[in-house]
Design a protein around this ligand. Structure first.
Ligand SMILES: [Zn+2]
Length: 332
């Protein structure tokens, strides 16, 4: 059993309290390799932002959970070396069983998500409560995120055929019975780079897809039910057109890409939304740069020569998110 405190990590309790009163959201950036971790830490140190390093079940399979939590320890030391001690949490994204959550908690994660959103309301409560009981009983309190409502889209092992919005009338009972620390809700965000079908969108003069707006009315209703309770938005990439265009210019094909406009996320971050998950935008930034370098320099075969520009682009993107979208810059 390793406690996250031994790794220099923090849980999300204080991070969320400060984020709600300060009107900003903590970035939750997924990582599964060294370059992503370096870019996240560089961006968050430079902008003085707290950060949640997020590990999906797909990342656990790809990179190995023990390697990732040691990278999180490395991330803490790297931030110190860069000259600023930002708070860093290590969070399991979309844990789908008690066992996975327990495993992560015992290996040094400071926070876990138990996603019972595909279960019935009663089963979701029972599973989430079981994880909370275990996580909160640890010597160093581990924070737990639950989910009500189902997001559309596909990301790693998470996918849903039919999405539905969170039912505001259910949140008091869910939060009260489970004692969960934060709640992921469904108000129109979606996993992946094709967040909406073209027929759900309108198009601007250049033919770019414009998505339907987030359901801020549902968010407001939820906030009325559980005032000041930390809310989480998944699937909150904006899918920048510039990256899609670079990728397609250099041989990729990403038709019908559409994300959540950054102004809407900025608005959400000022509310009780205190954690915003961004993964697809990072994938797009790295892929755009790697495709560009390989297309422009066909004789290049040193991975460092295309990973370095990809890492630089990712850092730039995340610094922009912290400063202009989440508002977390300067809050560490
Ligand atoms: Zn998610």
């Amino acid at each position: 059993m390793t406690s996250y405190k031994e790794l220099g990590l923090v849980n999300t309790k204080d991070l969320f309290k400060k984020a709600i009163s300060g009107g900003y959201a903590i970035p939750a950036y997924n990582f599964n390799n060294m370059e992503q971790m370096q870019a996240i830490i560089q961006a968050c140190v430079e902008t003085k932002s707290p950060v949640i390093l997020q590990v999906s079940s797909g990342a656990r399979k790809y990179a190995n959970q023990n390697i990732l939590r040691n990278m999180a320890r490395g991330a803490v030391e790297y931030a110190n070396e860069l000259g600023y001690n930002i708070p860093i949490a290590l969070h399991l994204d979309h844990g789908d069983s008690f066992e996975i959550c327990k495993d992560c908690i015992e290996s040094g994660f400071s926070s876990v998500m138990i996603d019972g959103s595909h279960l019935s309301f009663e089963e979701n409560i029972a599973l989430t409560k079981k994880v909370c009981d275990f996580a909160h009983a640890q010597k160093d309190y581990i924070t737990v995120e639950g989910e009500l409502g189902v997001l559309a889209g596909v990301e790693d092992d998470v996918s849903a055929e039919h999405s539905h919005y969170t039912e505001p009338s259910e949140v008091i009972e869910f939060v009260g019975k489970t004692k969960v620390d934060s709640l992921a809700i469904s108000i129109g965000t979606s996993h992946g780079r094709t967040k909406f079908k073209p027929e759900q969108c309108t198009r601007d003069a250049n033919g770019i897809l414009i998505p339907p707006p987030l359901r801020f009315d549902i968010l407001e209703e939820i906030e009325k039910q559980i005032p000041g309770f930390p809310i989480v938005l998944h699937g909150s990439s904006s899918v920048p057109v510039e990256y899609v265009q670079i990728i397609e210019k250099f041989g990729g094909k990403l038709s019908d890409s559409v994300g959540i406009p950054e102004e809407q996320l900025r608005k959400a971050a000022k509310s009780a939304v205190c954690k915003i998950n961004i993964d697809s935008d990072g994938r797009l930034a790295m892929t755009a740069m790697i495709r560009k370098v390989l297309a422009e320099k066909p004789d290049e075969f040193d991975p460092r020569k295309y990973f370095a520009p990809a890492r630089d682009e990712l850092k730039k993107l995340y610094a922009h998110k912290n400063q202009n979208v989440l508002g977390s810059a300067g809050q560490a």
